[in-house]
Design a protein around this ligand. Structure first.
Ligand code: ME8
Length: 523
């Protein structure tokens, strides 16, 4: 029997190793992880790629400034990324490094393919280069800076004038084809709000040919040409999405390409929607289905930067409060395509409100009552009434709503939907007042059993619903409910099956999931 499972390929940017992981890197990676986990639970065979971008002038310079060889710097920083992702529960299938041997081969083969197709030529490059962005800029693009200098239109930093004999990719040949692709595939570039700006500013005015080698840079993959020159870092980095699948002949390439979504930040949307698709066209390779550009996270309304000293360390936050609190903040507070803000106050509000009050209390109150009234054993319920039907209806409607929201990477909407059940269950406790039923005996033990059974069901469905987003918390709820297997091997479909928790299952109440942050403990 052929394997008929649907496949899903999701990627993050590969991060430069000149910086240690910060909350911006965590943002795109946590988003990709939530999506990968969601799709796995929804029955897809998923390949989730992340990694590091290790070549180029910027890395060479940072390494030299620190008295290291570039590879030594990369080896050191890669460990920081891997540790960070382990702490945040990131379930990548491959961590690619552009210094990996298979990537060197793939980047060279890709270059050669585009050259053999006739889209690479040699010429002089004279123009501007933005080192922090590793980006060539035209005279018309740079901005006048202080003292006759020129600055980068994107990052605002000083650009340098370079003159090199390089190889160029004939991107201009794909103008019409790219425009048509964008028209025919409205979902290719998301969110839609970023599309107009990109098309009007960079595509419609005309695609310029782009230099894809650097003859004055030593740290890179040697280009497959007679001269000794390296492949331009972006023409090397983008190919990582193919390398990871074993392009051109690998089984995974046949299985997973084209990528379902490249998740990236808005800063690099232009590379992913101009050079990348046109180079793929030149090489005769199908285009990814979607490129999703996230917004930027600012700190207290200001751009985060090392020089301003206002970067947020997500791993310190994770160590203090829990990795899931960080994941939840990133996915719930900010709509994935929009710019967002980190503030300690907003973090505390989300933590104390949604996590401690709503979710944490629901779990602890419900399990405490089950221990008290039924010796910690899930009781056989009596007939369902109107209130139970309402709870069940909310639970059953989650999966299809979540699927729709996740198609557009609307993590915050999906979490709002998951919280509908949490909130409704909390209200159900107030409405049914199980402590009164127990004390006054009306409705009898059967009524009490129905209430507690329904609450256990609400917790079961909640644990499954939040599993892609708060994986550690979901596992904790699952084992407190008495399950001994791994919640992450379960299916989204089970959220639609009300009444599934086994009668007689013994729960094991644990520590509070989210102890409130009190003002004096505030960081
Ligand atoms: O650009 N808010 O790597 P990079 C949100 N190597 N996201 C942020 C962020 C912030 N403040 N800061 C960074 C590169 N990011 C290339 C990519 S891909 C083939 C090569 C995230 O280390 C965002 O996703 O500069 C952005 O696109 C990415 O980190 C840039 O990481």
């Amino acid at each position: 029997m052929p394997d008929l499972k649907k496949t899903f390929y999701v990627t993050t940017p590969i991060y430069y190793v000149n910086d240690i992981p910060h909350i911006g890197h965590a943002y795109s990676t946590v988003g990709a992880d939530a999506l990968a986990r969601f799709k796995r639970m929804d029955g897809y065979d998923v390949f989730f790629l992340t990694g590091t971008d290790e070549h180029g002038q910027k890395i060479a310079k940072t390494a030299a400034d620190e008295g290291l060889e570039p590879k030594q710097l990369a080896d050191r920083v890669v460990e920081r990324f891997k540790e960070a992702w382990a702490k945040l529960g990131i379930t990548y299938d491959r961590f690619i490094r552009t210094t990996d041997e298979d990537h060197r081969k793939a980047a060279q083969a890709f270059f050669k393919k585009v050259m053999d197709a006739g889209f690479i030529y040699k010429a002089d490059y004279e123009g501007w280069y933005c080192l922090p962005d590793e980006k060539f800029l035209l005279d018309s693009e740079v901005i006048d800076g202080p003292g006759g200098t020129k600055t980068c239109p994107d990052c605002g930093r000083k650009v340098e004038r370079i003159k090199e004999e390089n190889y160029f990719f004939k991107m201009s040949a794909f103008q019409k084809q790219l425009e048509k692709h964008l028209e025919d595939n409205p979902d290719f570039l998301q969110p839609a709000s970023r599309k107009n700006e990109l098309v009007n500013n960079f595509i419609k005015p005309g695609l310029a040919d782009v230099s894809i080698t650097r003859s004055t840079v030593k740290w890179g993959i040697p280009a497959p040409v007679p001269e000794s020159t390296v492949i331009y870092v972006w023409f090397d980095a983008l190919v990582n999405y193919l390398t990871a699948l074993g392009w051109p002949d690998g089984e995974n390439y046949k299985k997973f390409w084209p990528a379902d979504v490249h998740i990236i930040g808005k800063d690099i949307l232009r590379f992913h929607t101009t050079i990348w698709p046109t180079a793929l066209m030149a090489a005769g390779i199908p285009l990814p289905k979607k490129v999703f550009g996230t917004g930027y996270i600012n700190k207290d309304g200001k751009k985060m930067s090392k020089s301003l000293g206002n970067t947020v360390d997500p791993f310190e936050l994770a160590a203090t409060y829990s990795p899931d609190a960080v994941r939840y903040y990133l996915l719930r507070e900010i709509a994935f395509g929009l710019d967002g803000n980190y503030t300690d106050d907003a973090f505390q509000l989300r933590f104390n409100g949604d996590l401690a009050n709503d979710l944490g209390n629901l779990v602890s109150r419900s399990l405490t009552m089950l221990e008290k009234y039924f010796e910690g054993m899930v009781p056989k319920p009596g007939p369902q009434g109107e209130l139970e039907n309402q709870l069940a209806a909310i639970a059953k409607s989650y999966a299809s709503k979540a699927r729709t929201a996740m198609e557009h990477l609307e993590f915050h909407t999906t979490l709002i939907q998951a919280w509908e059940l949490v909130k409704r269950a909390n209200k159900y406790i107030e409405e049914t007042s199980p402590w009164k039923v127990a004390k006054e005996g009306y409705g009898g033990k059967e009524k009490l059993a129905t209430i507690l059974f329904s609450l256990m069901e609400a917790l079961r469905v909640t644990a499954l619903s939040i599993a892609p987003f708060l994986p550690f918390t979901a596992s904790a709820i699952w084992s407190q409910l008495g399950y001994s297997d791994d919640i992450h091997s379960h299916s989204l479909k089970e959220t639609e099956e009300w009444g599934k928790i086994p009668v007689g299952q013994k729960i094991a109440k644990g520590q509070p999931l989210f102890p409130r942050i009190e003002k004096e403990n505030k960081k």
